[in-house]
Write a protein that binds this ligand. Structure first.
Ligand code: UD1
Ligand code: UDP
Length: 365
């Protein structure tokens, strides 16, 4: 079995790290990096730290408008697939790299597999929402992280090829948590104490591309009674500078470059709470039982909010301020995202299906 995996953005490297090693136990993987993220700290650091194999192809697409970026990826992925003739195209999450892979796969009439299928924010203004919906509908295999995601797919008429595997990010947090436990280097470097700081991330287009919202978030974070560490995404750097908000942010918050995964997970575990608009960070906070305040009105990771570990506050300064003072947390943590073996299940399902396809092909010859 030969699998062509498409990655391109930071969260996809984290997911691919665990899935890739499981896939390589059962077949051959062609790893394609679209180049959507390209800065050292947005890309290389994950390959180095997590032992992800060097991509077989780096398409070097980089940043552009959504349409042009996706179109360039499609144009670059198609010849790779034609040349390498994989049995399956494996896609992760909801970025433009995901959608580009789904379009190439479906146009070439090949099997497409989607990791993190069935998630919906029901907010069509998010570019990611359209990517999720289209990718699920172009996929033969939908690997759902939760029962809720399975139900969502069924509600859209997708029932064949749906597998509840659990969430691959749970696998990755489990793999890294113990590796970094007790390591104080990053805390010392940032001058913060375990349990006495807030970790924040902000990069969602809807929050960063609106000056008023971004300013409102900064004001909310600035009201925290503890230091706020903000590893800052390049999109957010760009917007803070162009809105003339950089100096203010730099004064009120501990702005640092984006961190590698090991340091970031260590901080997530050590933080008193997390404030974020990231999808992945909401989940990782949940897995590590660090309370999360989400700078969005809705989440596709509904289970984290329903059980009380994740509070959705949007971007209003007062709502953020109030959430930062909350100090009662649930006594128990449910486990809706599987058993931490999603990657292995995905590899096994693909292997089994490839064997069935081969048998059927032999029978029909
Ligand atoms: C993308 C995904 C988003 C995901 C995020 C993870 C889409 C539509 N969005 O958003 O779902 O949550 O990645 O971080 O696919 N930039 C750099 N260096 C880099 C990468 C980006 O400077 O290595 C800057 C560029 O100015 C670029 C901007 O960041 O225009 C946005 O990058 P892009 O990949 O288009 O979208 P993200 O906001 O990163
Ligand atoms: N992350 C990281 N360093 C950082 C910020 C995030 O390693 O400075 C990791 C985080 O642990 C998670 C992933 O990047 O695994 C989430 O990426 P991001 O928030 O950019 O994207 P999203 O999940 O919202 O698509």
């Amino acid at each position: 079995m030969r699998i062509c995996s498409i990655v391109g953005a930071r969260p996809q490297f984290v997911k691919a790290a665990v899935v890739s090693s499981a896939l390589r136990e059962v077949g051959e993987e062609i790893l394609v990096h679209t180049g959507q993220h390209y800065d050292e700290e947005m890309s290389d650091v994950f390959f180095d730290e997590l032992g992800i194999p060097e991509p077989d192809y780096n398409l070097g697409v980089k940043s552009d408008t959504h349409g042009r970026q996706t179109a360039k990826m499609i144009a670059e992925i198609e010849p790779v697939v034609e040349e390498t003739e994989p049995d399956v195209m494996l896609l992760y999450g909801d970025t433009n790299s995901t959608l580009a892979g789904a379009i190439v796969g479906s146009k070439l009439d090949m099997e497409v597999a989607h990791v993190e299928a069935g998630l919906r924010s029901y907010n069509r203004e998010m570019p990611e929402e359209v990517n999720r919906v289209l990718t699920d509908h172009a996929s033969e295999y939908c690997f759902a992280p939760s029962e809720n995601a399975v139900e969502t797919l069924a509600g859209e008429g997708i029932t064949d090829g749906v597998y509840m595997t659990g969430d691959v990010m749970y696998d990755s947090v489990l793999a890294v948590r113990n590796r970094v436990a007790g390591n104080t280097a990053v805390l010392e470097k940032l001058g913060v104490e375990e349990g006495e700081f807030i970790l924040a991330t902000v990069h969602r287009q809807g929050n960063t591309d609106d000056r008023e919202k971004l300013e409102s978030i900064l004001d909310g974070l600035a009201a925290a009674s503890q230091p706020v560490v903000l590893p800052i995404h390049p999109r957010t750097v760009d917007r803070l500078e162009s809105y003339g908000l950089w100096e203010r942010a730099d004064e009120d918050l501990e702005l640092v470059d984006p961190l590698g995964y090991l340091d970031f997970v260590r901080l997530l575990d050590a933080a008193e709470r997390v404030v974020t608009d990231s999808g992945g960070v909401q989940k990782e906070a949940f897995f590590l039982e660090t309370p999360c305040v989400t700078l969005r009105e809705e989440t596709e990771w509904v289970e984290t909010a329903e059980c009380g570990w994740n509070e959705l506050v949007g971007t209003d300064t007062d709502a953020i301020r109030t959430a930062l003072t909350k100090d009662e947390w649930p006594e128990t943590t449910p486990n809706p995202y599987g058993d931490g073996n999603a990657s292995q299940q995905i590899a096994e399902i693909l292997e089994r299906e490839a064997e069935t396809d081969e048998l059927e092909a032999q029978t029909s010859d």
